[in-house]
Design a protein around this ligand. Structure first.
Ligand code: HEM
Ligand SMILES: CC(C)=CCC/C(C)=C/CC/C(C)=C/COP(=O)(O)OP(=O)(O)O
Length: 306
């Protein structure tokens, strides 16, 4: 290796530690956790509510940090991830590992002591699910990695809900199910336009292993399944019509945007516009759906709707 390949550019500072927590992805994790907490029946002391959400954010950030500690070599080989703190050499791997363990363990302990041990146990489960089950075990082994691994990101609203109620009922399970079914179209839309990156580093993502055609069909299939799953909280009487109508409209729009992705055969260099649009909409979709859940609850509490 030549001297010019040495990647060390500048020492780590707080921005690198912050970047390890994948803050952009975690905004939606924190938002869905907060919405779970706000939509749950009953109330929670605001300080405790804030603590619960902080613990979800720190735990998710800790898991994301451990994910990057483990995958530093893989990240170095992909254009999208090569600028992260570890592949660029701005940070020592041990520092990232220690930071990840500190955030993970600290968040679970505080959640347990301040909120309750059921919420803490599910937070611990989701951290282990993302950092170990998904990152170490599933991701390098099977194209179903994100289908099964999607469970990790589906826990936050369940944790938020349990922080208020202390028990698991049909509603938080349905919120889990929504994110679980949403994850494959969210990620495979992106994987379709970065698949050469994944192929280069030997990660068996669906488009690489089963091919584009099959991935496209599966994206549409998950969007079809998402329609009844997203509407189910209303159908079982867990929400009012504001959520129900918003869920139906948003999920049908998501399905409609998946159809051009499902039907077409992209040619290299054609911009992959339908795939990029679907990926962007997937993020908006979950924000809007969970916002509708909270709006519905506030309107019911205010007596505006029944
Ligand atoms: C196994 C499941 C998932 C995989 C493999 C995955 C993968 C990705 C990837 C590779 C990106 C590209 C941008 C980046 O690297 O920062 C991304 C973006 C994003 N993901 Fe996911 N994701 C998953 C689940 C989730 C979940 C559960 C959420 C939240 C509930 C989420 C929220 C987001 C958001 C908000 C972005 C956009 C970030 C931005 O604006 O740059 N993802 N996801
Ligand atoms: C509370 C808690 C622990 C929540 C989990 C958070 C969460 C959103 C998990 C989903 C997994 C995720 C963002 C994977 C990113 O894929 P990757 O890591 O394979 O992506 P990369 O290729 O960008 O590294």
């Amino acid at each position: 290796m030549t001297q010019s390949a040495a990647p060390i550019t500048m020492p780590a500072d707080w921005r690198d530690f912050f970047a390890l927590t994948k803050p952009r992805v975690m905004t939606l994790v924190v938002f869905t956790g907060l919405c779970g907490l706000l939509a749950a029946p009953g109330s929670i002391n605001p300080v405790l509510g804030f603590t619960a959400i902080l613990c979800i954010a720190l735990g998710a950030g800790g898991a994301a940090t451990l994910n990057q500690w483990w995958e530093a070599d893989i990240d170095a080989g992909m254009k999208r991830t090569s600028n992260r703190p570890l592949p660029t050499g701005r940070m020592r791997r041990e520092d990232a590992r220690d930071f990840g363990i500190l955030l993970s363990a600290g968040s679970v302990m505080v959640m347990g002591l301040a909120i309750g041990w059921l919420a803490a146990a599910i937070l611990a489960l989701s951290i282990v699910y993302y950092a170990v089950v998904y990152t170490i075990w599933l991701k390098p082994r099977t194209p179903q990695n994100i289908v099964i691994g999607g469970g990790a990101g589906a826990f936050p609203p369940l944790i938020g809900w349990i922080a208020v109620t202390g028990d698991i009922t049909a509603m938080p399970i349905l919120l889990f199910a929504i994110i679980f079914v949403w994850t494959p179209p969210h990620f495979w839309a992106l994987a379709l336009f970065v698949q050469s990156d994944y192929a280069k580093v030997g990660i068996p993502m669906m488009p690489v292993v089963r091919g584009e055609k099959s991935t496209r069909r599966q994206i549409v299939a998950y969007c079809v399944v998402l329609v009844p799953v997203a509407v189910a909280p209303w159908a079982i009487g867990g929400t009012g019509p504001v959520y129900g109508i918003a869920a139906l409209a948003l999920t049908l729009a998501f399905l409609a945007l998946s159809l051009p992705v499902g039907m077409r055969q992209a040619v290299p260099g054609d911009g992959m516009r339908p795939e990029k649009r679907l990926f962007a909409f997937s993020v908006f979709y979950l924000f809007a759906l969970f916002a509708a859940l909270v709006a519905d609850r506030l309107l019911i509490d205010a007596g505006v709707i029944a």
